[in-house]
Design a protein around this ligand. Structure first.
Ligand code: NAG
Ligand code: NAG
Ligand code: NAG
Ligand code: NAG
Length: 491
């Protein structure tokens, strides 16, 4: 009787030990949090095998377009409630375990309360997120001194953010870095600058996802199939966790614990609690499940996901053309726009990255042009290009730098360089180069998207064509829809 019991205990001990041991090895869960990954971590995950183009000396940057996601933020109110519920649930699960048998259980589980319990508001940019954007602002100025030596003027450096506070606060943090030491305010010699937001209801430039009725319907329609896709992954891991920890976790519990792991690791830099319940390969599967969802409802999974971003893409192309015109007309510096800086959401950055063809191989680019759907990112341990941790971490960003190259040659005079999270990035639509002739960028990459019209894609209510629509829009301004509880959280 005793021998099998000891064997079982030894086995349990051994198993738990191997999980914990792996937490100390090369595997760092902080790099595997999909869109909850912190920027400084994401910035380190770059494709080291890719050697960026050498930019010829006669090429000078003349304009910069930035599209950035807000920085690290607190959990939303809805998610704080989910964590409160997890606390109650753990109490029940542990209540069913005899004190003596609970030796192998991580001590933190007993009496655990969400660190966000008692907080009344959520979703805001936190201090860590402020630093991400502030430091990015400083680095951008250092990297492109030619673009940022002019005195600040809102027409030279327009800053746009969505009306959501974590995005506009991100714009402010970035501007504080970008224009530090350029003003008279306080010991940091800061200066004031303008951040402009459209109303949520009509922000088709940065919140196109929210104004696009067809997209919202599509996203809702995908919920059951996305859940179905995730179920077997969660079930597999649930079975393992039940065996490993001897608690009768459900699929929902495991999903909540994974959410907790991401929050602890990203916001609290704590990887030895919820995250340590999972083995590295389980983390890899959960990350993949998150990435699949992002792919299907915000990425290459459906052309509407990114096509609805045509107003933003059109605006970027237009600002480049204006910069080229200013250059050709020989305008004096300080009389035209040098950079356009935009701060928004994962729902903005992801589609924009798709529109310019990032994270694609050449064959996939041709499929997109033929409007064929792409394969889902393959299951680990197979590798994939599409990773939330790279594509849209907190403060993730694309910078499109326009270069003018003096023409003692008959090649194209203007080039676009794409920096993703500050790294030069290959563009599938431009022969996998990261330094793309402007004409190629415009005609081969942007034009196929720009022939689509936002209103036709979305049958939008924000640009009304009938009196009835107009009435609804006006009513909407006065009585914003109560979407809490019905809408998915924005990333
Ligand atoms: C996070 O924790 C790790 C140890 O797990 C430590 O090396 C690192 O400095 C911490 N980072 C921050 C920002 O506190
Ligand atoms: C013309 O461009 C090519 C590459 O595009 C370069 O190797 C060559 O040096 C240029 N010629 C002159 C005269 O600048
Ligand atoms: C550009 O130069 C190439 C040779 O380097 C030549 O074949 C071509 O005709 C030239 N194009 C123009 C428009 O001058
Ligand atoms: C919005 O709806 C939720 C439930 O869907 C409700 O709990 C909440 O009180 C409502 N808020 C307002 C301001 O009406």
């Amino acid at each position: 009787m005793a021998a099998p019991l000891i064997a079982l205990l030894l086995l349990t001990f051994f198993h738990a030990a191997s999980v914990l041991a792996s937490a100390n090895s090369d595997f760092d869960v902080r790099r595997h949090l999909s869109t909850v990954t912190r920027y400084h971590v994401a910035k380190e995950i770059s494709d080291n095998s890719y050697i960026p183009s050498n930019i010829p000396d006669q090429c000078k940057p003349i304009h910069l377009n930035l599209v950035a996601r807000h920085g690290t933020r607190a959990p939303t109110k809805k998610k704080m409630k989910l964590l409160d519920a997890l606390g109650t649930r753990l109490e029940v699960l542990l209540g069913n375990v005899k004190e003596k048998k609970s030796g192998a259980l991580p001590p933190w589980l007993r009496g655990w309360k969400s660190p966000w319990t008692g907080k009344h508001k959520g979703g805001e940019l936190i201090g860590l997120g402020e630093s991400e954007l502030y430091e990015l602002g400083i680095r951008v100025r250092e990297k492109f001194p030619q673009l940022f030596h002019e005195d600040y003027h809102p027409d030279i450096y327009p800053i746009r953010a969505t009306q959501v506070s974590r995005a506009s606060a991100s714009a402010v943090a970035f501007g504080m870095g970008l224009f530090s030491d350029r003003g008279n305010l306080g010991p940091g010699h800061h200066r004031a600058f303008a951040v402009i937001s459209e109303s949520r209801a009509s922000d088709i430039m940065l919140r196109f996802h929210d104004c696009c009725q067809n997209y919202k319907a599509f996203r809702k329609s995908q919920e059951p199939s996305v859940d179905k896709l995730k179920e077997p992954i969660l079930d597999e891991i649930t079975k393992e966790l039940v065996k490993r920890w001897g608690l009768s976790f459900t699929r929902q519990d495991v999903s909540s614990l994974w959410f907790l792991c991401k929050q602890e690791a990203a916001l609290l830099n704590k990887t030895d609690q919820a995250c340590a319940l999972f083995s590295p390969s389980e983390v890899g599967l959960l990350e993949w499940a998150d990435d699949l969802e992002v792919f299907i409802v915000k990425g290459y999974g459906n052309s509407l996901n990114y096509r609805m971003g045509v107003p933003l893409l059109g605006d970027v192309i237009q600002s480049m053309e204006q910069a080229i015109k200013a250059k050709e007309d020989g305008l004096v510096p300080g009389s035209y726009e040098m950079a356009k800086l935009r701060f928004a959401h994962a729902e903005t950055l992801l589609p924009f990255s798709c529109l310019i063809g990032l994270f694609l191989d050449g064959r996939d680019f041709d499929k997109i042009l033929r409007e064929e759907p792409l394969q889902l990112p393959p299951k680990p341990p197979q590798t994939r290009i599409w990773r939330g941790s790279t594509v849209a971490p907190f403060a993730g960003n694309n910078m499109l730098v326009l270069y003018s190259c003096s023409a003692n040659n008959n090649t194209s005079k203007y080039f676009v360089q794409v920096l993703h999270n500050e790294h030069p990035t290959r563009i599938a639509g431009c022969g996998d180069s990261d330094f793309c002739p402007f004409e190629v960028f415009k005609e081969k990459i942007a034009a196929p998207h720009l022939k689509h019209n936002y209103n036709d894609l979305c049958s939008t209510e924000s640009l009304p064509t009938t009196p009835a629509n107009k009435l609804w829009q006006i009513l909407g301004w006065f009585f914003p829809a109560n979407t809490s509880g019905t809408q998915k959280d924005e990333l």
